[in-house]
Design a binder for this molecule. Sequence first.
Ligand SMILES: Nc1ncnc2c1ncn2[C@@H]1O[C@H](COP(=O)(O)OP(=O)(O)OP(=O)(O)O)[C@@H](O)[C@H]1O
Ligand SMILES: [Mg+2]
Length: 310
Amino acid sequence: MILCVTLNAAVDKTYIVEGFRAGEIFRVKEVQVLPGGKGINVARAIRVLGGDVLATGFIGGHNGAFIEERLAAEGIPSDFVQIPAESRLTVSIIDPINSSETGLYEQGPAVCAEDWERFKEHFAVLLEKAEIAILSGSLPRGLAADAYAELIEMARGTGCSVILDTSGEALKTGLAAHPWLIKPNRSEAEGLLERPLEGVSAVVEGIKKLLADGQEAVAISLGKDGVIGGCGYGIWRVRAPQVHAASSVGAGDAFVAGFTLAWLRKGDFAEALRYGTACAAASVTRVGAGMLSPSDVEYLSRTIKAEKIT
Ligand SMILES: Nc1ncnc2c1ncn2[C@@H]1O[C@H](COP(=O)(O)OP(=O)(O)OP(=O)(O)O)[C@@H](O)[C@H]1O
Ligand SMILES: [Mg+2]
């Protein structure tokens, strides 16, 4: 089973508003409400693609109950730790006319030391059945920056591989605990390496540095430019196919979902990068993070190649 961790789960509300501008009132004709937060988005895409997944993390209040109910309705198995405070609401406003996306993301509830202890006990039990654990998104308030590092150490103890997809200090301290793969986007990787990563050669150099420093596998996603990823067997570039973009929110999560499934099915790193890119592109054509159609993935993946760089 693939375990997807979302420590700051959300009710993810998307408004479609033509000609949206700040400072005015708009009547919203189209609303989409989904359980969200990065690990949940990953779980959704894995589920749609037929993978065996379990979503976990913290949920609380009415929003937490909504997240749990709607995940069940989507057929996504979940097993969360309850906290007393309300899970957050994230609002995205998509304007199809100007192709803009605006986000209003609540911070979410604070997690106390006792909640964290309860989560770790819960995580230890879930790890017994997990082949791979995916730790995605920002940390809730109240947790130390090394929270992911703690989970990575626990997973190592059971032989479960970890994919870490986060940013800032959580990524820096998480990296020090050596997850199997990290998947920063360009700006997250720039923050991690403390240098600009413009152009393919700078990204490749960045990956070489991370591998030389002891990281096992890295995939740096570059938005519509695709992804460059490397491990002990080499470094590959996969260009993203051109698609009509409806919403790029969660593209990275769809990439992680596809990458993980292909890796577990075939054990081939280049193929995992390729399939992840197909899933990410398929998700970009749909509104709703982690939403994609397997037939789009099938169609797109025929045109996508992994080019070996070194
Ligand atoms: N416009 C696009 N067209 C095709 N593919 C895209 C486009 N934007 C993103 N992708 C695909 O999605 C992958 C992830 O995108 P990106 O680098 O923006 O991730 P991200 O910033 O982590 O996204 P998020 O955190 O919102 O999920 C890219 O590597 C690429 O394969
Ligand atoms: Mg991301």
